[in-house]
Design a protein. Structure first.
Lengths: 274, 347
């Protein structure tokens, strides 16, 4: 029998945590005993047999484990709604990892500025934990996090740990807050006034809702960061992950193969990207 | 190997094929033509114009099952990728060239393994076009009105019998095994040269200007008003992409059988002209207007595929024009942008 590039690997749900009222964290173990190696900002295609498939970015760091991955999933559609109803030990399918992931080879010795809006923290958490693991390899590390309300902040305990960690700077903004909220209130771009950037040595990683990119990129460029040093991860509909089904195409590129991470310098040339 | 076959012996040859293969051939349906699996050679027509759907759809079928599974035992999810051998009979050069393009795109790693498995089980017998089949075609402009590869066996009508050439080992074996053929003589070979020459002079160019410049010209016209104009006409029905012999976009769907136990995953044709093609769960639609979608279809064939593979992804068969109920014509679009450039004195 010939191989199939559309055949998922069997996998099992080994842990489920409720993160917010809309997001859950799933830990997945690959059943075939093999490992799953990936880069931050790569994604897998999650299958529930009988329901369907959807692309989900990996939120664990590749240094955490080779047998399991963590996926932070918002209940938003048919499949993700069904994923939220899954229980421990349920069998699912995983294809991938797909995509280019974050260009780790370009960031050694650099200052890293991470800008995470909403669910964008899910893929960026993979990068943040990867960087923290090798903290000595990088210059200044700054994390900007935006959320709608304080209770919508993902991975709250970890975010608080990052805030307390003297080797990184973390700033949080929420759009709406009760009076006891002591951090920034407003959109994520409001955090840029708190940070100091060395434009010659800074790599920025930006993931968030599509509307966020234009405003954040304007701030980054205003700080003097080079277009080629700003990396963004894009979200599109995807069906195959192998550059064929056509759904994730942005002008001439297939995001599942040539993305989801693009530098602003490359994305700017694609009229359909931003 | 060069051979000839008398008109009266073709039926005998097809009966031989039917012993070993599923035979997919052009037949008449409601005054049009379609490729259909046949078991009666007399139903087959060879002097057809263009079929509604291209023959490549037999290698890339709609609702193709990808996986089968049992909900009670998910340790065994089985891919479906073993297929019966089939012959695609009397395929026109434009459609052979389309298969060549599909092969190149879908074999690129990570490959479309289902397509490749079906492609390997398919034998292609080409049939030459002596003259243009219809008005709105641009195969000649693109040089796709003839095929020099992508077939196993090729038939050319000499006026008194068929000239038969073979291009692959399997094609040669099939012809040699059959006793319906005889060796081509000198007059058959000169007849072939004459027929090919007459064919080339029977076609006329449709595109104003140098077609090799089309990709460059289009790139400059990304913001042209023509996309809004054509987008206003477009009904987003997707007919153009469903009949296109080089469109391969798909959606993946799961289905559980009524026994609530067995299930299957299949893919169905999808198309970039459909309104929700780029809609994501958050509600964002990344190609929301018909103008953007029409432009994407044209750019995909003429700019993006050309950049990746060095040749246009449109073979000029004209099906998208014929089946568009809103009268959108890529010939008109191409000529519009070429004329605009000419008006600017740039070509």
């Amino acid at each position: 029998m010939e191989r199939s590039n559309l055949l998922p690997r069997p996998a099992t749900i080994v842990d489920i945590r409720q993160l917010t009222d809309k997001e859950k964290l799933f830990t997945i173990r690959i059943n075939d005993g093999g490992s799953i190696r990936y880069r931050p900002c790569q994604f897998v295609i999650f299958s529930i047999f009988g329901i369907g498939e959807a692309p989900i970015s990996i939120t664990s760091s590749p240094l955490d484990s080779e047998e399991t991955i963590e996926l932070c999933i918002r209940s938003a559609g048919n499949l993700t709604g069904a994923i939220h109803k899954l229980s421990l030990n349920d069998r699912i399918g995983i294809r991938g990892p797909f995509g280019n992931g974050f260009p780790l080879e370009r960031i050694d010795g650099k200052d890293i500025l991470i800008v995470a809006g909403g669910l964008g923290l899910a893929p960026l958490r993979s990068l943040i934990n990867y960087i923290i693991h090798h903290r000595w390899k990088y210059g200044k590390v700054t994390i900007l996090i935006g959320a709608k309300r304080p209770q919508d902040i993902l991975f709250k305990e970890e975010v608080l740990r990052w805030e307390d960690d003297s080797s990184i700077e973390t700033f949080i903004a929420v759009d709406l807050a009760e009076t006891n909220w002591t951090r920034h209130v407003g959109v994520i771009t409001g955090l840029f006034k708190y940070i100091d950037v060395d434009p010659l040595n800074t790599i920025a990683a930006v993931v968030g809702p599509p509307v966020m990119y234009r405003f954040v990129v304007a701030e980054l460029l205003a700080k003097g960061i080079f277009e080629g040093n700003i990396f963004m991860s894009f979200e599109r509909r995807m069906r195959c992950g192998i550059g064929k089904c056509g759904h994730c195409q942005i002008n001439g590129i297939y995001l599942c193969q040539n993305g989801p991470v693009l530098s602003y310098r490359d994305a700017r040339k694609l009229q359909e990207a931003l | 190997m060069d051979a000839v076959i008398e008109y009266g012996d073709v039926g005998k040859f097809i009966l031989e094929l039917l012993n070993d293969y599923d035979v997919i051939a052009p037949v008449e349906k409601d005054n049009r033509y379609i490729f259909e699996q046949v078991d009666d050679p007399s139903k087959i027509v060879h002097n057809y114009d263009t079929t509604i759907l291209p023959p490549v759809k037999w290698i890339y079928p709609n609702n193709e099952v990808l996986l089968r599974f049992k909900l009670s035992d998910l340790t065994e999810v089985k891919p479906v990728n073993a297929f019966r051998n089939q012959v695609l009979l009397f395929v026109h050069p434009c459609d052979i060239n389309a298969i060549n393009i599909m092969d190149e795109i879908l074999a690129e790693e990570p490959a479309d393994t289902n397509y490749l498995a079906r492609r390997r089980s398919s034998i292609i017998i080409g049939y030459d076009c002596a003259c243009p089949c219809r008005e709105n075609i641009l195969c000649f402009d693109k040089g796709y009105h003839k095929a020099d590869k992508g077939f196993d066996i090729f038939f050319t009508d000499l006026g008194n019998r068929f000239f038969v050439s073979t291009a692959t080992d399997i094609g040669k074996t099939i012809v040699e095994k059959s006793n319906a053929f005889s060796k081509a003589g000198y007059s058959d070979k000169t007849g072939l040269t004459k027929t090919n020459w007459e064919r080339d002079s029977a076609f006329k160019k449709k595109i104003h200007g140098d077609i090799n410049r089309l990709s460059h010209v289009l790139k400059d016209e990304y913001e042209d008003a023509v996309w809004e104009v054509e987008g206003k006409k477009c009904l987003s029905c997707g007919a153009c992409v469903i009949v296109c012999p080089t469109c391969y976009c798909f959606d993946v769907v799961d289905e559980v059988c009524p026994d609530m136990e067995t299930g299957l995953r299949y893919r169905r044709w999808d198309g970039c002209q459909i309104q929700d093609f780029c809609l994501v769960a958050s509600g964002e639609n990344f190609r929301d207007s018909a103008a953007e979608r029409v432009r994407h279809r044209v750019f995909k064939k003429e700019v993006y595929l050309k950049k990746r593979f060095g040749r246009s992804g449109c073979v000029g068969c004209g099906r998208c024009i014929e089946h568009c109920i809103a009268d959108i014509s890529i010939i008109d679009i191409f000529n519009h942008v070429m004329e605009r450039k000419k008006g600017h004195g740039e070509i």
